[in-house]
Design a protein around this ligand. Structure first.
Ligand code: SF4
Ligand code: SF4
Length: 315
């Protein structure tokens, strides 16, 4: 199989595994991001994300020595029936947290793809990255032609929307890259900026120190008072989808396969007051979900902010 046929075979196999779109990018350093990252870190925006390393972020070859090509896939997770906060009194959890942990679904798929690829080309090495390596997945996705980074900084695949995970398979094979996505289609829209309850977004920049997701998922640090108030008022207990919910490009998005993502969890439907769970209840309710990385005491803190917000809102 020649390299062009090999690339198209990889794409077709990845699509058959459930990816909605697949592109190929070179693994040259993302030099265009260097200055932006430097100022991002110097402004302290990575304060709650200590695992990030600016040097590694721009250079995929720091993640895998010898990497030449990145296969980047968009795997949809939203489902029409999974509407955060739609049950009376329930909490809101980000759509990506509904159902099976995405690592459990995506990693084996790309690992299988790598093994199958090595049957064609035994000399090829690879590394699967599913939110598990310091990679700039959104920039790699743009480079691979999947879409553009909206003003909220997430990747938008045009009419197919933004509800999807980006997963990467780094390969030592040199394959012709796809055409990068070079135009952004946000235009004059400011819906995400206007809707963010904690003012975390400025055009094409997001300040994690002001984003509710940072404090409900990434760190147990106390949120600044205005962010705590936004969590309490908005009811987002884990993650936040507001900036994607208001995006016009998500009007008719590509949805994930309900059969793959599994049943809805009672965490999404029960009243908040019943969800101040202890350690063992938390472990059993979050088994095989991406919520497992949030500790039970962190979860209770988030629930308490929301219960306090509801109490204050009713006085
Ligand atoms: S996820 Fe929520 S808090 Fe964070 S930037 Fe988007 S709207 Fe704002
Ligand atoms: S809401 Fe508007 S500005 Fe924000 S990402 Fe979507 S199109 Fe762009």
């Amino acid at each position: 199989m020649d390299d062009i046929a090999f690339k198209e075979w990889l794409r077709a196999e990845a699509l058959s595994m459930g990816f909605a779109r697949v592109g190929f990018a070179s693994c040259e350093p993302l030099e265009g991001e260097r200055d932006h990252l430097r100022s991002w870190f110097s402004e302290g925006r990575g304060a709650h994300l200590p695992y990030l390393d600016a040097g590694a972020l721009i250079d995929p070859q720091r993640v895998m020595k010898g990497a030449k090509t990145a296969l980047v896939g968009f795997f949809p997770y939203a489902r029409p029936e999974a509407i955060p906060g739609s049950s009376p009194g329930s909490l809101k959890l980000s759509r990506y947290l509904w159902g099976t942990d995405y690592h459990i679904l995506l990693k084996p798929r790309l690992q299988k793809l790598l093994v199958m690829a090595q049957e064609w080309k035994p000399e090829v090495r690879g590394r699967v990255c599913v939110d598990t390596a310091p990679l700039m997945e959104r920039q790699m996705a743009t480079r691979a032609g999947l879409g553009w980074q909206g003003k909220h900084t997430l990747l938008i695949m045009g009419k197919e929307g933004s509800w999807g995970f980006l997963a990467v398979l780094l390969l030592t094979a040199v394959l012709l890259p796809d055409e990068p996505f070079s135009v952004e289609h946000c235009g004059n829209c400011t819906a995400c900026i206007d809707a963010c309850p904690s003012q975390a977004i400025s055009p094409f920049q997001l300040d994690p120190n002001r984003c509710m997701t940072t404090y409900t998922i990434e760190t147990e640090a106390e949120p600044p008072s205005e962010v705590a108030e936004a969590i309490g008022q908005s009811g987002w207990a884990a993650g936040c989808d507001i900036c994607q919910e208001v995006c016009p490009w998500n009007a008719s998005p590509v949805f994930g396969d309900a059969g793959l993502w599994g049943q809805l969890n009672r965490l999404h439907t029960e009243p908040a007051a019943d969800l101040r769970l202890g350690p063992s209840q938390w472990r059993s309710r979050t088994r095989r979900t991406a919520l497992r990385r949030v500790r039970d005491r962190h979860w209770r803190r988030n629930v308490d902010l929301i219960l306090a917000g509801r109490t204050n809102g009713s006085t």
